[in-house]
Ligand binder design. Sequence first.
Ligand code: DI6
Ligand code: FE
Length: 405
Amino acid sequence: MEAAILVKCDKVWVNARLATMAGPGLGVVEDGVVAARGGQIAYAGPRTQAPDFTAEETVDCAGRWITPGLIDCHTHLIYAGNRAQEFELRLAGASYEEIARAGGGIVSTVAATRAASEDELVASALPRLDALIAEGVTSIEIKSGYGLSLDAERRMLRAARRLADERAVDVTTTFLGAHAVPAEFAGNADGYIDTVVHDMIPALAAEGLADAVDAFCEGIGFTREQTHRVFETASQAGLPVKLHAEQLSNQHGAALAAEFCALSADHLEWLDDAGIAAMAHAGTVATLLPGAFYFTRETRVPPIDALRAAGVPIALATDSNPGTSPMTSLLLAMNMGATLFRLTVEECLLGVTHHAALALGLGDRIGTLEAGKACDLAIWDIETPAELVYRIGFNPLHARIRRGQ
Ligand code: DI6
Ligand code: FE
């Protein structure tokens, strides 16, 4: 009898095809095994190289594909109300400015969100979260930015944190106080930024409610100088930064974000070569948001070829928000990334796994099927990984595993 070394673990998935997303390419393993111990991956790879396991439970995947649990790395999932009426006005020809002047737009979401209790914010976000979870999402980033006062921003961030108690999902929170100028600071954006940097960031950082800080650097948002002040304060508070950059115009925001070693710069339709070089140098992820591009009927595509050539990691996310991307499907975001931006299947899948993890600063913990990472898995009824990108409005998820459960 051979003296085989038995490795004890909690659960093993066998007879699976793996897309480990750990490279090269998708990291495909045709006859694969994943083993979980203590919520982490103890082994993921070919059956032929696997140690001998004693597992409490063994699952036969019958040839199904396993990917890492999906990661939606840019959402505004917490808000009250919706903007369906504004959508109808826009269909009838109204412009964003006209709607804003009539009290609509982002201001209307701020009013509704300020009027909502923390419980109400949690309750209204849960169906959106459930839609993402149903597609195999195991980690999600959620931004504030519809409160625009210390109290209301805090309520949004608390509601975001609470979602992680309500569902088996990891939530990282991002403070987006510099999203818009609230009515009480109309005409005084600098005055509003004063309170963001003096009151909000120090308090919310001290309360542990924000994992990162974001801003909207745009002609209709905040200037580079204002963004710089937000980033400086975030850095002093020990928080990493991200940026809504170059969505509607080139404000050279991505280069500014890279100066602060931002985790990601997001949108990027108007990104230029200097911004790309700065991002490549800083290791800043390019998070592309095709849902917002689609819904606002933009026509200028992000500079994908130049991002590729510079080796900038590309992430993909829903940007789920009531104004410009009322989308709760990360599978659809992948399809849009391919169809609208011409990303490859490999880029789309990396964009919602490994590269999305990098955009959250969690590259060492989630995003690939590798020993030591969290055992967050999506098991799919598909013949090839391309099917996850190819279909529109079809969800082939068979099972979703978080922390080995
Ligand atoms: N960029 C956007 O497209 C959204 N926020 C941002 O910074 C718009 C959010 C909204 O209109 O409610
Ligand atoms: Fe956004």
